[in-house]
Design a protein around this ligand. Sequence first.
Ligand code: C2E
Ligand code: CA
Ligand code: CA
Ligand code: CA
Length: 277
Amino acid sequence: AKQAGKRRHCTFNESMAEKVHERLRLEQRLRQAVKERSFTLHYQPLIRVEDNVLIGFEALLRWQDEGQHIPPDLFIPVAEECGLIQELGSWVLQQACRAAQHWNADYHYPLKVAVNVSVMQFVEPDFRQRVARELADSGLAPHLLELEITESVLQSLENSKRILKDLKQIGVSVAIDDFGTGYSSMAVLKDLAVDRLKIDRSFICNTPAQPQDAAVCKAIIMLAKSLMLGITAEGVEAIAQVDFLRENGCDTFQGYYYSPPLDSAALEQYLRHYFSA
Ligand code: C2E
Ligand code: CA
Ligand code: CA
Ligand code: CA
């Protein structure tokens, strides 16, 4: 109560200073965490719409800082701003490739892994080599790695086109994440060597109840199909969404309706159950 009282009487400058201090602290903690590799990856199942078959997982970064869960939407931008994302991103890529190689070896079944790649990693001159090296080191087949990039990479279009061609040569696939929220135009999309679009969760969450959102989903699905791209719906939570998106031609589902992201123990259990059923 004393604390709250003090807060209420903060002047503008004091609360600004507090924000700056908080941010500096977060940056410091993050720097330490990257050095010590104190992150984990959770994995969320990707389900083929046609027959409900498990086709792989998306790797999602988790950070437990002094017992407190810090969401990636909060710390990834900080990692990008203070130049930590390259090191962190490389670690994610390495861990995800190793994990996928383990699933495939354990269950003799091809499961892919989707890895989020920040635009700052993507445009690094040695990104292609890094990807090739992680594949070689882990032994994962290139076609089982999918890189998820956002539309922001299209800001430096010519550069991105070249990088995408390089990645195609390696044999990995590339998805455009959060599709519909950024810069893409159809003209640009047709020239890019990408394999898949992921409809942003913001369009899925009120579909089909909201006719406008449902129309956007339909349009994105049609666009993907006419460009011969795969199409994933993320954030699928309800049967009504499943039915609508299936009828309209989505090929992959991801969301709480099927499973939340799983920690390593839960993932182990999920796989064991899936392959014994
Ligand atoms: P994203 O790539 O769009 O990932 C999907 C987010 O939606 C994840 O949040 C996931 O937990 C959440 N989600 C999945 N299904 C549902 C659902 O049915 N309902 C709802 N409400 N949410 C669902 P998360 O794990 O908090 O990640 C947030 C964002 O942080 C990611 O969004 C991605 O942009 C970024 N991120 C996570 N891991 C990494 C990483 O390793 N590298 C980079 N660069 N970014 C990452
Ligand atoms: Ca993603
Ligand atoms: Ca997404
Ligand atoms: Ca997102």
